[in-house]
Design a protein around this ligand. Structure first.
Ligand code: MG
Ligand code: MG
Length: 272
């Protein structure tokens, strides 16, 4: 069952989401060749606790860390470790926060130094596909409309849309109804309702859509070992339209990226 949130509850989710946004902005400054994902995980945990919040992934389904850190061909759910990042890597960073009993949860894929042109394009297209999906999140539409938008946009580039992992409703639980696949058919699936909050999170592969699960029970990689990208926002339906609660502005500011796409889905620009 989809749980509609009150205005007050949406503000609490926004607060948690923006702590995730700030955490990712902080991590953005630290990502460089030589740094390990475990070092970044420690920085994130300390920052989140300093905000009076709790890391949302730590202990959730027994996940051992604060961040999911998934380099290169890892799709999602990578466990931080001591391996240093190297020039030319990409690293998907997914972060959850719990504060005031409500979760925030979003993700960004970063380039480490200079990356290959085809990988650069994968990141750019996956990021835009997230906004294509968000644009379809409105009352009158259904779950399949968002999935269709993401699938159509990314498959036009020949990319693989991961089928086994999906976005989700967000609230007092990290994963609520409805499931939000990144593929689908127009006009199919559950109907969107005013006040619902979701995490939309395209996971898009440069090559095959097929994936494999590692023996650690967490890490998921592409079957052909080609790179995979992951971008995620948290969005509420307010007055029938999508309103982004999370923000990539902290990341963009840290990296000097001029990207205001998310403002298309915000009533007033976020001042940071
Ligand atoms: Mg996430
Ligand atoms: Mg999520």
């Amino acid at each position: 069952m989809i749980i509609a949130k009150t205005k007050e509850q949406i503000e609490l989710i926004r607060e948690s989401a923006l702590i995730v946004s700030q955490t990712l902005g902080l991590i953005a400054k630290e990502i460089k060749p030589g740094v390990s994902t475990l070092q970044l995980d420690k920085i994130a945990e300390e920052f989140i606790r300093d905000q009076g919040a709790i890391p949302g992934f730590l202990g959730l389904y027994d996940f051992p860390n604060t961040l999911c850190m998934s380099p290169n061909s890892q799709v999602v759910h990578g466990i931080p470790n001591n391996t240093p990042l190297v020039d030319g890597d990409i690293i998907s960073v997914d972060c959850g926060v719990l504060k005031n009993n409500f979760y925030g949860d979003h993700a960004y894929t970063f380039a480490v130094g200079e990356i290959a042109e085809d990988t650069k394009k994968l990141l750019e297209v996956t990021k835009e596909s997230l906004y294509q999906g968000i644009d379809a999140l409105k009352t009158g539409n259904r779950v399949g409309d968002v999935g269709f938008a993401i699938q159509q946009y990314t498959e036009a580039y020949g990319y693989g849309v991961v089928r086994e992992l999906v976005g989700h409703g967000l609230g007092k639980k990290m994963h609520e109804d409805p499931e939000m696949p990144n593929y689908g058919r127009r006009g199919r699936g559950k109907k969107f309702i005013e006040g619902m909050v979701v995490a939309i999170e395209p996971m898009i592969n440069l090559g095959t859509q097929r994936i494999k699960q590692h023996r650690d029970g967490w890490t998921i990689t592409t079957l052909d070992n080609k790179p995979s990208a992951h971008f995620e926002h948290n969005i509420a339906i307010v007055e029938g339209k999508p309103e982004i609660l999370s923000s990539f502005k902290y990341i963009h500011e840290a990296l000097g990226i001029n990207d205001h796409r998310e403002d298309d889905f915000r009533k007033s620009p976020l001042v940071i």
